[in-house]
Write a protein that binds this ligand. Structure first.
Ligand code: BTN
Length: 282
């Protein structure tokens, strides 16, 4: 990707809601921070504006984590300023992950699965993460910045970062999975087009439809998972996701715990719903 090809991409998306204007940077600390800077300083409407960087020096992940962002990846933020009602906000992460999953499936033979709330996995390893930064004024959001980090044309072996070594072993990239490099510009175009499509569903409040599509791409449900919600670590049966994007976990005492925020991982043994899981032993 370079300035010229990104200009062509921008031209091809003219008139669309998402991607009609694209800022392309060789290196930045974080496209999320740069988008925030635009929102603070630009004064113009920025709905649908996209920021892409070749490399990030301080990429941000969820829960305060660092996001390793070498050249070859897709490091992209998308600014939203319209249609942000409170019930739509938590669904933005699902439509973003779906847009990426659809695009990878269209352009490659890889099978992507969704992991709540917004990770994409290939063969159980994380290939893409999504973060959504929201600015609220009272109950209403003024703006949201979607951040998409897709490990594409580099190898996970090159993600040398001592601090994150253990995590790195759970990551993969398109290059590692495919054995070749993907045309990043075509992939980006598709992601932005799919995001526009899912955003149109969201604007019509077709949240149930979105969640059902998202669930079809997930292998979490009916399985015992381990949840880390920032306060506790606990196990339970993943039951579903409600219309607010909340994950429902059935605990061993039969009660259902709602998880709004956190990380979830499959427990090692893949129980199905009609088995009788001994949750205490997981
Ligand atoms: C996660 O923790 O899974 C979310 C990772 C999101 C990373 C992307 S890369 C583009 C954008 N800029 C950032 O600093 N973070 C997001």
């Amino acid at each position: 990707m370079d300035t010229d090809s990104v200009k062509q991409l921008e031209t091809s998306l003219k008139g669309k809601e998402i991607g009609h204007k694209i800022h392309f940077l060789n290196k930045i600390n974080s496209t999320q921070n740069y988008s925030r800077y635009l929102l603070k300083n630009c004064g113009l409407p920025l709905h649908g504006v996209v920021v892409i960087a070749k490399e990030q020096s301080a990429g941000r992940g969820r829960m305060g984590r660092k996001w390793i962002s070498p050249p070859g990846g897709l490091w992209m933020s998308i600014i939203l300023q319209s249609w942000l009602t409170p019930k739509r906000i938590p669904i933005i992460q699902f439509i973003s992950a779906l847009a990426v999953a659809d695009s990878i499936s269209t352009l490659t033979s890889l099978e992507c699965t969704n992991k709540w709330p917004n990770d994409l996995l290939v063969r159980g390893k994380k290939i893409c993460g999504v973060i959504v930064d929201v600015d609220f004024e009272g109950n209403n959001a003024n703006q949201a910045i979607i951040g998409i980090g897709l490990n594409a044309n580099f190898s996970a072996n090159n993600m040398n970062d001592l601090e994150n070594q253990i995590k790195v072993s759970r990551l993969t990239t398109l290059r590692d999975e495919l054995g070749y490099d993907i045309h990043l510009l075509n992939l980006t175009k598709l992601i932005l087009e799919r995001l526009e499509y899912y955003y149109s569903l969201l604007k019509e409040d077709k949240i149930k439809v979105i969640i059902e599509i998202w669930k079809k791409r997930s292998d979490l449900f009916g399985r015992v998972v381990t949840v880390e919600d920032g306060k506790d670590i606990f196990h339970g049966l993943a039951m579903g996701v409600d219309d607010n994007g909340v994950l429902e976990i059935k605990l061993s005492d039969g009660s259902v715990r709602e998880v709004l925020f956190g990380d979830v991982n499959l427990s090692i043994k893949p129980y199905r719903l009609n088995d009788q899981p001994d949750l205490a032993s997981n």
